[in-house]
Every structure is written in structure tokens, then in C-alpha cells.
Design a protein around this ligand. Structure first.
Ligand code: ADP
Ligand code: ADP
Length: 226
């Protein structure tokens, strides 16, 4: 776990108006931070700069104690949970969760122990031999999170993970993500354009408009002082 500190972050694509314009946000250790705003406000760009998928034009990105501006994504120890979950259809749940450990050359014993521990937390222990194609949307989301957990990532990053789901499933998944995040106590940054999601999921909400941070407050404060 680690805090994520964005200091005066600027992103310019070409010579146009900055996509992200002098944004400062401090995400506390274990906090669930929402980035919300209309399409094009810069929230995905900001998330991609945290992960390292996008160069930072100006400002400091600090994770824990480290300035990470010049670090490659794999050196940042963050876990991006993608919208489509990016699971391997031909691998079992066990092997999908184990994947990052196998890549890192972990022993079978370590793989076994970590995958079982994570799958217990995620209530997936009865589904370890199944393939992603036979799982519900919620279970797939949990497999994707399991993969992040076994890596001991310092933070979870979500980019509109629920936007392709129907309203009912979206509601269930919101509850599930929120519950898991609290149980794991893992620092989380979550991008959405959905106000309901923003107001129900986050400890705090950062509201962006045309690349500028408009508000940074708890849902309660935003509700009483919109
Ligand atoms: P959001 O995630 O809030 O929809 P984005 O971060 O995707 O917003 O985009 C913010 C702004 O930056 C938009 O004006 C978008 O068109 C622009 N933008 C995003 N990615 C690129 C890119 N690779 N090249 C040029 N402009 C981009
Ligand atoms: P999102 O808003 O979810 O990021 P988009 O459809 O806006 O999705 O962007 C998809 C991809 O296109 C991203 O990789 C983004 O960087 C890129 N992109 C977005 N806007 C522009 C733009 N104006 N010029 C070039 N690439 C862009």
C-alpha cells in the first residue's frame, strides 16, 4: 500500500489546450479516490499518468516516497484493473490469478499459497478450476482483482470498470468492489463519468472539468455543497 501524490500535474498533447491542467490530488494510504467528470475532462489521461502509460508534461507524481515520473509501468508496482478484465479464456481461474507470479518465476509452493489465500479473500476458492467463460461478471471482476492482490500491488487503479454492464449488475458490482476495497484496505483510484458511482463508492471524489480540478471532497460534502 502507498499514498499517491499528484503535484501540479500537467499533460499536453501537441500544442493544444492541456488535457490535464495543474492538478494536485493527494490519495491517502488505503483511501478510495474517485476521478469523475464528463467525457474528455482528462480523467483517463490522469490515471494513465499514474500507471506510467502516458508521459507527464509537468509536475510530480509520487507513489509512497518515490517520484515515479521517469519509471516504467512495471517499476511502479500498481495494478490496473481493466474494463474487459483482460483474463485468459483458456486458463483456469487458478492460473489466471497465478499468472503474474509465474511470470516473476515464483516457486509452485509460493504460487499455490498466494493464490489460495487471495481466492479465499475473494470468495473464489470454489471456482479455481473453472474457466473465465463460465463465470459471472462479478466473479470475473474478482479474478482480475485476485491477480492484482497476489502481486502485492501498492494500489488498484480502475478505468470505468462497470460501464459496459447493465444497471442491475452495475449496482451489484459497485457494492462488491466497495466491500473488497475496504476489506483489503488497498489504496484505490477509480475513474468514472457516472455521478451515482462517484457518490456511492468513494471516500473522496475529485471532480474534473476540461482538465482542471474543480472540487476535491467527500461525497457527503459534495452532496450538501454541490
Ligand atoms: P476522459 O477520460 O475524461 O474522457 P481523456 O483523458 O481521455 O478524457 O481525454 C482528455 C482530453 O485529451 C480530450 O480532449 C482528448 O481528446 C485528449 N486526448 C486524450 N488522449 C489523447 C491522445 N493520445 N492524443 C491527443 N489528445 C488526446
Ligand atoms: P477514453 O475516454 O475511455 O479514454 P477514448 O475513446 O477517448 O476513450 O480514447 C481511446 C484512445 O484514443 C485512448 O488511447 C486515447 O489516448 C486516444 N485518444 C483520445 N482522444 C484522442 C485525440 N484527440 N487524438 C488522439 N488520440 C486520442
Amino acid at each position: 500500500m502507498a499514498a499517491i501524490t499528484m503535484k501540479n500535474i500537467v499533460k499536453k498533447y501537441g500544442d493544444g489546450f492541456p488535457a490535464v491542467n495543474d492538478v494536485s490530488i493527494d490519495v491517502q494510504d488505503g483511501e478510495f479516490m474517485i476521478l469523475v467528470g464528463p467525457s474528455g475532462c482528462g480523467k483517463s489521461t490522469l490515471l494513465r499518468m499514474i500507471v506510467g502509460l502516458e508521459d507527464i508534461t509537468d509536475g510530480d507524481m509520487v507513489i509512497g516516497e518515490r517520484r515515479v515520473n521517469d519509471l516504467a509501468p512495471r517499476e511502479r508496482n500498481l495494478a490496473m484493473v481493466f474494463q474487459n478484465y483482460a483474463l485468459y479464456p483458456h486458463l483456469t481461474v487458478f492460473e489466471n490469478i497465478a499468472f503474474p507470479l509465474r511470470l516473476a518465476g515464483a516457486s509452485n509452493e509460493e504460487v499455490d499459497q498466494k493464490v489460495r489465500e487471495a481466492s479465499k479473500t475473494l470468495e473464489l476458492d470454489e471456482h479455481l478450476e473453472r474457466k473465465p467463460g463460465n463465470l459471472s461478471g462479478g466473479q470475473r471482476q474478482r479474478v482480475a482483482m485476485g491477480r492484482a492482490i497476489v502481486r502485492d500491488a501498492d494500489a488498484f487503479l480502475f478505468d470505468e470498470p462497470l460501464s459496459n454492464l447493465d444497471a442491475k449488475l452495475r449496482g451489484q458490482m459497485r457494492t462488491e468492489i466497495s466491500r473488497l476495497q475496504k476489506r483489503l484496505g488497498i489504496t484505490t483510484v477509480y475513474v468514472t463519468h457516472d455521478q451515482t458511482e462517484a457518490m456511492t463508492l468513494g471516500d473522496r471524489v475529485a471532480v474534473l472539468k476540461r482538465g482542471v480540478l474543480q472540487q476535491l471532497a467527500s461525497p457527503r460534502e459534495l452532496y450538501t455543497n454541490p
